[in-house]
Write a protein that binds this ligand. Structure first.
Ligand SMILES: Cc1ncc(COP(=O)(O)O)c(C=O)c1O
Length: 390
């Protein structure tokens, strides 16, 4: 009899993860939300709930098939048109989630004879899309467009006749660091080197730019935005729902509908999602005062953390990562904060290169909440003064 060693291997792998303080578990959340991506509080918005309750055509619950079979509904087509108009795009494609959007898009447009240049800290869905496409992955240092340029020059030396397509992909707001690339410089490089550009607006949609259209609308003129080949969005964050959207030319959408495997070979999103997404879109557009309040709270919290001697990343956003010295210290802080009713999570490698508490603010938080957070952090630091963390 031949015995597989599969379960022994799994056990060893988990033991090694535990030894490094990197073991993770699914837990039920408690406490004030300082960690979700529900940046505008729509997941529990009372107008959304009222609208949801007012819906009478709730069947079918599931979409019952892929969008190319029987899983396409009026509300999906309507949402795509509304969303494309919202962000001045030619066409939009709604998919199951943001992970699928990045993964499926990159796999659809890249191939082993392509170079894909990716910011080192891009999301796993981007990196996995590159991997599955078989393209040559070229990492550039986080936000370092000078480094990107050096790599593009090198690619030109290696492949002067541009036989390999060049693709550059970046997030517009990095979810674990809270910072953004210089889009003017990126578009200058695009003009010079002629690459296909993908920008993932997952964490910026709903929060930045006029009406929450995203960071590209804050930083670039309309013709700059139009020159971006693909923009990726998610409904899983500021929309408080679930879903992914790719905005591109009509030609690009037609291509994806015909080749994008997770779009073709998977059941379409629930019909209710596109109905709620249409409502959420209109709500988000009108939330200027909530955005203003969120920015004020962000500014005050950052100031307060710095004044109290905490180290944060070079964040320019409502995502405020607080840097600590080790996994154990980060886990201790997160545990203590949770015990105090403040839901802040430890983010550890391999998700990020160095451990941190990822504090993400949302429009439902008050000054009282953020003051409690700072007081709690100060208290924990005091309590830990005599502890030396491994
Ligand atoms: C930058 C970025 N893109 C895409 C995704 C995936 O989106 P979704 O959660 O909708 O699958 C995430 C998720 O955290 C993300 O941070």
């Amino acid at each position: 009899m031949i015995v597989s060693h599969h379960w022994e291997e799994i056990q060893k792998k988990l033991e090694s993860i535990k030894e490094k303080q990197l073991f993770r578990e699914t837990k039920i959340y408690h406490g004030i939300d300082f960690c979700s991506n529900d940046y505008m509080g729509l997941a529990t918005n009372s107008c959304m709930l009222e609208y949801y309750r007012s819906l009478t055509d709730l069947y079918p619950f599931g979409s019952t098939a892929s969008r190319l079979v029987r899983g396409n509904y009026d509300s999906m087509d309507f949402f795509e048109t509304e969303f494309a108009n919202f962000v001045d795009g030619e066409a939009a494609l709604l998919v199951s989630n943001g992970f699928v959007a990045n993964f499926g898009l990159i796999d659809s447009i890249a191939a082993p004879n392509c170079y894909v240049f990716t910011d080192r800290l891009n999301h796993a869905s981007i990196l996995d899309g590159i991997r599955i496409s078989g393209a040559k992955k070229k990492y550039y240092n986080h936000l370092d467009l000078q480094h990107l340029q050096t790599l593009l020059e090198k690619a030109n030396d290696e492949d002067p006749n541009q036989k390999h397509k060049r693709i550059v992909v970046t997030e517009s707001l990095f979810s674990m660091d809270g910072d953004s690339p210089d889009f003017h410089k990126l578009l200058e490089l695009k003009k010079h080197y002629g690459f296909v550009l993908i920008v993932d607006e997952a964490h910026a949609l709903g929060v930045y730019g006029k009406e929450g259209k995203g960071i590209l609308f804050r930083d670039l003129p309309p013709e700059g935005i139009q020159s971006i080949d693909y923009r990726v969005y998610t409904l899983g964050k500021s929309f408080g729902l679930e879903g992914g959207i790719i905005v591109t030319k009509q030609l690009g959408r037609d291509h994806l509908v015909n080749v994008m495997r997770p779009f073709i070979f998977s059941t379409a999103p629930l019909p209710i999602i596109s109905k709620l997404a249409i409502f959420a879109l209109n709500l988000l557009r009108s939330m200027e005062s909530e955005r203003f309040q969120l920015f004020e709270l962000t500014r005050e919290l950052k100031q307060s953390l710095l004044t109290n001697g905490f180290m944060i990343t070079n964040t320019e956003s409502h995502i405020i990562p607080l840097l600590l010295s080790s996994e154990t210290e980060t886990l201790t802080y997160a545990k203590r904060l949770q015990e105090m009713g403040l839901d802040v999570r430890a983010i550890r490698p391999p998700t990020v290169p160095t451990p941190r508490l990822r504090i993400s603010l949302n429009a439902k938080l008050t000054r009282e909440d953020t003051n409690s957070l700072v007081s709690a952090l100060v208290q924990i630091r005091k309590d830990c003064e005599t502890v030396s963390f491994p």
